[in-house]
Every structure is written in structure tokens, then in C-alpha cells.
Design a protein around this ligand. Structure first.
Ligand code: GAL
Length: 670
């Protein structure tokens, strides 16, 4: 397995490099990522290339048996380029040009920028594409991050108009698809169509959704420009990846992944200014997103946090044990390689306070020792753990376009897409049921439960898939605001939940959006939720059963006694409808019953801080990883039947496993 560090030799005097590489070797590092911000060094002036610094660094690493992932440097166009070709710069919604001075200051719609990118990528590919110790490539760095996903300049507007022409062919079709008769927006020439810059209040939601699609497509095609050029020159064993972040930008990781050999992810469970790490399920679901982006394929964590991070504001100091815990969690959920960010904290630049395995003084201390312990422990597994099979019973539906549609119309100031997605994902995480995130292209065979959170923007193919899944005996959990929108962001003409109405056995004739601080309440009246009370927030669908039975009702307002949760038999399957945002206790009670009926494998643990994942090795033995995310409380896990051995300590465990705060173990069944 590859374990490495993100290394920036250009930020250190050459005299230090030998000591760095010596320490890396001592640590057990076998790969480093290099060069992803090194454009100015590689092309100090237009058309003049100089690879000597990276040549030297690569040679030193090669001599020491460390392999290399090379980043293309296009996240940081140099100052000379911007001075000469300022049209490369992106423009924000207010029409303000984003200045040179940080990074990601380019629009992918600039032909000038595409040309420069193509040239540097091709030069690098020619120079390093056959190099024996370069194992692969990372294109750019975190596409769309730091608000660089949408640009609203003139070149973007032109490109948007061209994209629309290709999509709609005629203006009549576009006008119809966007409902431009509303507010006299009918376009009579393509050149009239705006990019959604600042207006009084809000743009047409159909235009906004198409703009997000366009921005994502533009990035996908920009990435393809790079991958095509690389593939022309690199040896067949070198692979190409990109380090994604999943923060709801107008980037379609699934589309882009088609042009990559596998995807990579930058894992920062805590960052500048955050007082503590994000919830365990929030970290876990990102790893699930990574696997889902390339059809279940394993991924690399190209940046795994190793020290406190931040720019002008520094975040939480990861506690002793966090490095191991987050590494084990990532591997359990599909990471096949871990690269720690960063080798050493820089003494200058915006990221002076992004701490690494080493800090500013360059001395190996606590974090270095922790990484060493992790690498030593992982060496015991060889590649068996990462090669084992992760097989989930529960599928959770996600679609980037749905996330964008929610971004355009959150409908309540209390609504946050990720938060609501996690509300429906987390009960499975708390019960240690294995989850996959599935998208419109996924095959649903083999799953027992399909959770479909806040499925607002529908797709006829997905409606069909959900229906078939239930008909054939699967269990579906739908949530509030299911079935509301068509692909062009119009509201469906049907009574809600639209195409899912028969399936759910309910009708929604009225609903209420609740704002921050405003609540209703719900009480369970049947089945496992019976007698369980919950605050209901964000949204209340007034659920009217047609064929469904009522599991919970609202307890206040004029719709007191109206259904809030229902259960319907449909075909050979069962469909639940949860009409509001509910608290954990009632969600857990509901899911417990659903999982039991559907035969989902769960593992009982002391609480949401404990996360256990099983994977099956080729010889039929099972790897069970278990971590306790709590920094303060002990946790416990009821181990699945059988005898479990910790291959690192050779300890044998059975029955109830007690876990220290921040414990991280991997057991193998015997
Ligand atoms: C990542 C980025 C790195 C570095 C890091 C700081 O998002 O890819 O280059 O900025 O954050 O924590």
C-alpha cells in the first residue's frame, strides 16, 4: 500500500532536502506528491521552461526508493501570465474581477488559459511521462474549491451561450424550457442570455440550474483537456487522478471521474477556525461519496490532515490518536493510499499555519512518531485490508444536480443540504450498517434499503429505478420534498410527491416551510416509533395517506393529528415517507425497525462516536475496523459472533469490546 506525504521542496533550501528524504525513509514513506503549485518555477517566463528543480528533487527521491505523484500546476497561474493576459482572471457575481494574489484565479472558459494549461501539461508529460519512479499524476488541485467553481465574466457568458445553443438548439426550445414568458424574459437572440450576475433579488431558477450544469461541464472539459494530453505521452502504467473536495460546488465529480483512473480526496475533518472536528458521520459520508464517484472503486486520500490547519485563523489541534483514527476510518471506507498533508509547515506564504508531519522547526516529534506508528501498523496487513471487499446493504441516493437545485432554492432559512442529507444517512452510520452512496447511474441490485433524502429535483430514470427497487421487494425511505421538480427546475404538475405518489401511498396537498427557531412536534403512534416524540423543524409536509398507514403524527398547529411518517406496501416492497426533519431518537427508532425487517446487518455500539466497518478478504476472513471518535469518553461495540484477532498486537477479542477515547483498531476474524 502507498503511504506518503505532500512535499514542497521548492519551499526549502536544497541543503535540507537530503535530511527530509532521510526522515521520510525512516518514517516508512514510499510516495510523495510534488509540484502542484510549481508553475512559475517550471515556466519562469512565457514559453521558457525549466524543470531543473523538480528534476533534482525527483532524482533524490528516486535514489532513495520513494515514488512520485506529479501534480499539474494549473491551480496557480503565475504573475507574468496574469499581467499579460488579465482575461484569464475569473469574475464574481458582482462583476468584480478576482485578483491575482491567492490561487485558483482563472476561469476555465478562457481560451488563453486553456492554451497555457495545455502547453505546461504537455511539457510535463513529455518530460516525466516515461520516468520509472513517477507512478501517476494529479490534475490541478481541488477544482472549484474556494469559490472558484462559478465565474461570471464576458468569456463565461459567451461560453454559456454556446453551451445553451448546443443543449437547446433553438431559442424557442430554451424559452419554453426556462418559462421565460414569466417577467418578460423571452430571449430573441442568444447574445441576450446573461450569466447570473447580481440582480434585484433572484434569477430564474431554470437559468440558475443550467448555469451550474454549464460550470460543471466546463470544468469537466478542462480536466479532460489535461488528461487527454497526459495520456498522449505517459507510459501506460502511470495513472491520472484528481484530488476532489465535496462541498457542493458546481463541479460534477461523477462526470469528471470518467476521465480519471481513480479519484482522490482531500480529507480535512477539521480546518481553520473550527473548534472541533466535524461529526463522524459527516467524515464517513465523504469517503462514501469518494467510492461512489467511480462506481465503488477505491480512492486515494491525496491530502490527509496531520496537523492543525488554517490560514489567518488556525483550527483545532488534532489530538494524539487522531492521525491513526482518520487513517483507519479512510481505509475502512475505501482509501487505498494515504498521503499526509503536509510534510512540513512552511515558514512563509498564505499557508504558514498549515501544520504538517513536521512543524516549522523541521524536527521529528509527536506527529512524526504517530505517523510512524500508523505506517508500521499498516505494514502488518500488507495489501490484504485494502484489497478486501466492502459490501453495503444500504444505498443512499445522491445527485449533484439535486444539491445545486437546493442551493438555488433552499426554501427555508433553516435548510442546509448537507445537514439534511446527513439526517437521513446518519442513522445507518450510528447503527454501523454499511452504506454506499448511489447516483442515477448506479446499479441498485443487491441493496436491501434505499434511502432517498430530500429528492427535490427528480429525474424520470431515477423515479423509475426507485419504483422498480420497491416493486421487486426493496425498502425505500423517502423524505419531505420528494418529487417536487422536473429536470428543467419547473415544479411538477402532479399532486406531490409527483411520480412517487403511488409508491409512497400518500398525497401532499399542503406543506409549511419552518424558519430557524420555528418548530412543530411529532409523536410516533405506531410500530417502533410509537410513543417517541420529536421536534419537527425546517419543513412539514401535511401527509395524507391514500394506501399508506400512519406511523407518526404532528402534534401542533392546525395540522395537528395529520400524518408525518407513513409506511406503504408497494409491490413486494415497502416505502416509508418522512414528511419533516426529525431528531435522532425517532429516526433511530424508525430505522431500527426498517433495518430489522429488511435484514440489514448492523453492529450495536455505545453511540455515534463509535464507527465499525467490516470488509471481507479473499480467503473469506473478515476485517473489522473500529474507531472511537470521542476524545473524552470510552465507547463500546458488541462484536459480531466469532473470534477476532488484532494482527498488530495479536490480542484476541470476543463479545463486548471496550474502546478508549480515540481508539482505532483493525481485527481479523479467525
Ligand atoms: C487543501 C489544499 C492544499 C492546502 C490545504 C491546507 O484544501 O488542497 O493545497 O491548501 O488545503 O489545509
Amino acid at each position: 500500500m502507498y503511504i506518503g506525504v505532500d512535499y514542497y521542496p521548492e519551499q526549502w533550501p536544497k541543503e535540507r532536502w537530503t535530511e527530509d528524504v532521510r526522515l521520510m525513509k525512516e518514517l516508512g514513506v514510499n510516495v510523495v506528491r510534488l509540484a502542484e503549485f510549481g508553475w512559475q518555477l517550471m515556466e519562469p517566463e512565457e514559453g521558457v521552461y525549466d524543470f531543473s528543480l523538480y528534476d533534482e528533487a525527483i532524482e533524490l527521491l528516486t535514489k532513495n526508493g520513494i515514488q512520485v505523484v506529479l501534480g499539474t500546476p494549473t491551480a496557480t497561474p503565475p504573475a507574468w501570465m496574469i499581467e499579460k493576459y488579465p482575461e484569464i482572471l475569473p469574475v464574481d457575481q458582482n462583476g468584480t474581477v478576482i485578483s491575482f494574489g491567492a490561487r485558483r484565479h482563472y476561469t476555465v472558459n478562457s481560451e488563453v488559459y486553456r492554451d497555457f494549461s495545455a502547453k505546461i501539461v504537455e511539457k510535463m508529460a513529455k518530460r516525466y511521462g516515461q520516468h520509472e519512479s513517477i507512478i501517476g499524476w494529479q490534475t490541478d488541485n481541488e477544482y472549484g474549491h474556494e469559490k472558484s467553481d462559478r465565474s461570471y465574466g464576458n468569456v463565461d457568458q459567451k461560453a454559456f451561450q454556446t453551451w445553451l445553443k448546443e443543449k437547446y438548439q433553438t431559442l424557442d426550445t430554451l424559452n419554453e424550457a426556462w418559462g421565460t414568458v414569466f417577467w418578460s424574459q423571452t430571449y430573441t437572440a442568444w447574445t441576450q442570455i446573461p450569466v447570473p450576475r447580481k440582480v434585484f433579488q433572484e434569477h430564474n431558477p431554470s437559468l440558475l440550474l443550467d448555469f451550474d450544469r454549464f460550470c460543471a461541464d466546463a470544468y469537466t472539459s478542462y480536466n479532460k483537456l489535461q488528461t487527454d494530453l497526459l495520456r498522449k505521452h505517459i507510459r501506460s502504467e502511470q495513472w491520472i487522478t484528481h484530488n476532489f473536495v465535496y462541498t457542493g460546488q458546481a463541479i460534477n465529480q461523477w462526470d469528471m471521474a470518467k476521465d480519471l483512473d481513480f479519484i482522490s480526496f482531500d480529507n480535512y475533518p477539521v480546518w481553520g477556525g473550527l473548534p472541533e472536528p466535524i461529526a463522524p458521520a459527516a467524515i464517513a459520508h465523504q469517503h462514501d461519496l469518494c467510492r461512489s464517484s467511480k462506481d465503488g472503486k477505491g480512492f486515494w486520500v491525496m491530502e490527509e490532515l496531520s496537523g492543525a490547519q488554517g490560514w489567518s485563523s488556525i483550527g483545532y489541534l488534532p489530538r494524539p490518536g487522531h492521525i491513526k483514527l482518520w487513517t483507519y476510518q479512510a481505509i475502512a471506507r475505501g482509501a487505498e493510499a494515504i498521503v499526509y498533508f503536509r510534510w512540513r509547515a512552511a515558514r512563509f506564504g498564505t499557508e504558514e499555519f498549515c501544520h504538517g508531519v513536521l512543524d516549522h522547526d523541521g524536527k521529528p516529534k509527536r506527529k512524526y512518531r504517530e505517523v510512524k506508528e500508523v505506517i508500521d501498523s499498516l505494514s502488518v496487513f500488507g495489501d490484504d485490508w485494502i484489497a478486501s471487499e466492502y459490501k453495503a446493504d444500504v444505498a443512499v441516493y445522491y445527485d449533484v444536480e439535486n444539491a445545486w437545485a437546493w442551493g438555488i432554492q433552499p426554501q427555508s432559512n433553516a435548510f442546509d443540504y448537507k445537514h439534511e442529507f446527513l439526517r437521513f444517512y446518519s442513522p445507518a452510520h450510528r447503527m454501523n450498517a454499511l452504506t454506499d452512496i448511489v447516483t442515477k447511474e448506479s446499479n441498485l441490485d443487491g441493496y436491501k434499503v434505499l434511502v432517498v433524502p430530500v429528492y427535490f429535483l427528480t429525474d424520470p430514470l431515477v423515479n423509475e429505478k426507485i419504483t422498480r427497487f420497491a416493486k421487486d421487494g426493496g425498502t425505500v425511505i423517502l423524505s419531505y420534498r420528494a418529487g417536487v421538480k422536473e429536470q428543467n427546475n419547473f415544479v411538477v404538475e402532479d399532486t406531490l410527491p409527483g411520480a412517487l405518489r403511488e409508491l409512497a401511498g400518500v398525497e401532499i396537498n399542503e406543506y409549511e416551510s419552518l424558519q430557524l427557531g420555528q418548530n412543530n412536534s411529532v409523536e410516533g403512534v405506531q410500530g417502533s416509533v410509537s410513543g417517541v416524540n420529536s421536534v419537527a423543524s425546517i419543513w412539514c409536509d401535511l401527509v395524507e395517506p391514500t394506501t399508506a398507514e400512519v406511523l407518526a403524527e404532528y402534534r401542533s398547529c392546525f395540522y395537528e393529528k395529520t400524518a408525518a411518517i407513513t409506511k406503504n406496501k408497494f409491490g413486494k416492497g415497502t416505502v416509508y415517507y418522512v414528511g419533516t426533519a426529525l431528531e435522532n431518537e425517532i429516526m433511530d427508532a424508525l430505522y431500527a425497525d426498517i433495518f430489522k425487517d429488511a435484514g440489514v446487518t448492523i453492529m450495536s455500539s455505545s453511540g455515534e462516536e463509535v464507527e465499525a466497518v467490516t470488509r471481507t478478504a479473499e480467503d473469506g476472513s473478515v476485517f473489522l475496523s473500529v474507531v472511537n471518535h470521542s476524545t473524552e469518553n470510552k465507547g463500546s461495540l458488541t462484536l459480531p459472533e466469532g473470534t477476532w484477532v488484532d494482527p498488530v498486537s495479536e490480542e484476541v477479542v470476543k463479545g463486548e469490546l471496550s474502546l478508549e477515547p480515540l481508539a482505532a483498531h483493525v481485527f481479523r476474524s479467525r
